[in-house]
Design a protein around this ligand. Structure first.
Ligand SMILES: [Zn+2]
Length: 145
């Protein structure tokens, strides 16, 4: 198989075409981190920028240090994305009080409540766990809201 160009790199495990999810350029080489949609195998390839005909070469799996850094990066990105998804800040105190009442009395599920108030489930979980809006008291009766 010689078709290891920048765009087509086969998974060495199962032969699926891998796709690039991250790439970086350093010291005259292009590094691509690729994932196989077939078996979830992750590979890293390098390509010499001054010798593109050589194509991408698969290099051995990441070192433990690289894996640690990679995981940390991914987690940081996920945390960032979750934070941006958390729309709890758009809720009013009254809505939060309603949500707290609904959750405490098991009127409806967190997922349904999230949909009803147009926020993600994580926001509802945070409200339920007092991570956010801990200043809003859980009303004892619906009419107290
Ligand atoms: Zn594969």
């Amino acid at each position: 198989m010689t078709a290891t160009t920048a765009s087509v790199v086969m998974c060495p495990k199962c032969g699926h075409v891998t796709h690039t999810y991250c790439s970086t350029r350093r010291y005259g080489i292009k590094i691509r981190y690729r994932k196989c949609p077939g078996c979830q195998n992750r590979i890293k390839t390098i390509q010499q920028l001054d010798n593109l005909e050589a194509g991408e070469k698969i290099v051995p799996v990441m070192t433990p240090k690289e894996q640690g850094k990679y995981l940390a990066d991914i987690r940081a990105k996920q945390a960032k994305r979750r934070a941006s998804m958390c729309k709890a800040n758009s809720l009013t105190n009254q809505e939060v009080a309603e949500i707290k009442y609904l959750l405490k009395n098991n009127v409806q599920t967190q997922a349904y409540t999230a949909m009803q108030y147009g926020v993600d489930t994580l926001s509802i979980q945070k409200i339920a766990n007092g991570v956010v809006f801990s200043n809003v008291k859980t009303p004892r009766r619906m009419v107290d809201i």
